[in-house]
Structures are given as structure tokens and as C-alpha cells.
Design a protein around this ligand. Structure first.
Ligand SMILES: C[S@@+](CC[C@H](N)C(=O)[O-])C[C@H]1O[C@@H](n2cnc3c(N)ncnc32)[C@H](O)[C@@H]1O
Length: 180
């Protein structure tokens, strides 16, 4: 899925490596018990089972896993962000009942939020304050707000008729605290 000519650039791009802080992952992991991190490196993988850029986690089968995604940032091409590709796949895979939790920028104006998250996510958890991500060993405040998206067919029972405005079942404010 990732174009060959982009691999070198993406590898060198520090913007990809917004590592999930432990205090956030651990709290979510307590709740979900994740089994797969499909976008990782050997060093930042959050689960024993993970895929790296060389594996190309986007092309792998995630069905039946409990998936945690903090997707790579940056652009796939001049119109499509990498986050969009991962959210589209998360939505598609979740249709068979696979539970997928995504930590992404709260860019609520983007098409992928409107095409895949607002209509199909079971929960959107808007995170209070900015996350401090680890990049190159340094904790740095994100220049964007973040949200946790939960795709879970069992929770998402309320379906709206075709062509009507979509509704979200649960939309909440959440807070992660260092050391908690
Ligand atoms: C934002 S970081 C998150 C890393 C880690 N999973 C975490 O939560 O801290 C995104 C990761 O996706 C990796 N990545 C980029 N493209 C990928 C691909 N096609 N398949 C698998 N991993 C990829 C990057 O190397 C980077 O480590």
C-alpha cells in the first residue's frame, strides 16, 4: 500500500514517529487487551504481535485481533493522508466485528472523519489537553488535539437510515494523566 518511492522519505521522516506515551497506551490496554499493533517499529511496538513498514501492516489481515492503531502521519499522495488510509482500513475490518481503537489527530473537518468516523465509530473520545508524544526520545506537546476512536460493531447498535445525517452513539471527553 505504501508506494516504494515514498518508503525512503517516510523512513527518514521524524513526523511518523509520534510514539504513544505509555500512560495513554496502558490505560487503554487495561480496558481492551490489545493483541495487534499493525503500525510500528521493533522499538515502538505496543503489542507482541506487530507489523512494521517493511511488512506493510495496511495489507495484512487484522480480523479477529484486538487492534491498537496510532497511525503514521504525513501524506500518501498530494490528496490523501496516511491517517486516512489507516482509518479507512480500520472501518472496513471492523465490519466483521473486529475491535479497533485508534489514537489520531482530532481533525474533525477532514473527509475521513466524515466518511468513516462520524457514521461508523462506536465511540469518539476527545482527549482533554494536548498529548505529549515521544519523538527521538523527547516528550513533545502535539501541535494538534487528539481523539481515541473505537470501532466496535457490538457497541454500535444505533444505525440511521440511508441519506439521513449520521449520529454517533457515544461521544465523550476523556483525560489521561501521567502516572495514573
Ligand atoms: C505514530 S507511529 C506509532 C508507533 C507505535 N505503534 C506507537 O503507538 O507508539 C506510526 C508507526 O507506523 C510505522 N509505519 C509506517 N508505515 C507503516 C506500514 N505501512 N506498515 C506498518 N507500519 C508502518 C512507522 O514506522 C511508525 O513507527
Amino acid at each position: 500500500m505504501v508506494k516504494k518511492e515514498h518508503m525512503k522519505i517516510l523512513h527518514s521522516s521524524k513526523s511518523m514517529e509520534w510514539e504513544t506515551p505509555d500512560y495513554i497506551f496502558n490505560k487503554l490496554n487495561k480496558e481492551f487487551n490489545f493483541t495487534l499493533d499493525p503500525c510500528a517499529t521493533k522499538d515502538n511496538a505496543k503489542c507482541d504481535k506487530y507489523y512494521t513498514m517493511e511488512d506493510d501492516g495496511l495489507t495484512k489481515d487484522w480480523s479477529g485481533e484486538i487492534v491498537f492503531i496510532n497511525p503514521p502521519y504525513g501524506m500518501y499522495d498530494c490528496r490523501t493522508s496516511l491517517v486516512e488510509l489507516w482509518i479507512k482500513k480500520a472501518y472496513e475490518v471492523s465490519q466483521d466485528g473486529t475491535i479497533i481503537v485508534c489514537l489520531i489527530p482530532a481533525r474533525t473537518d477532514t473527509l475521513y472523519w466524515h466518511n468513516y468516523i462520524f457514521p461508523y465509530a462506536a465511540q469518539i473520545r476527545f482527549i482533554k489537553r494536548r498529548i505529549k508524544f515521544r519523538r527521538d526520545g523527547v516528550l513533545d506537546s502535539a501541535p494538534f488535539p487528539s481523539a481515541v476512536i473505537v470501532f466496535n460493531q457490538e457497541l454500535w447498535q444505533y444505525r440511521v437510515p440511508e441519506n439521513s445525517l449520521h449520529h454517533i452513539k457515544q461521544c465523550v471527553s476523556t483525560e489521561f494523566k501521567l502516572g495514573v
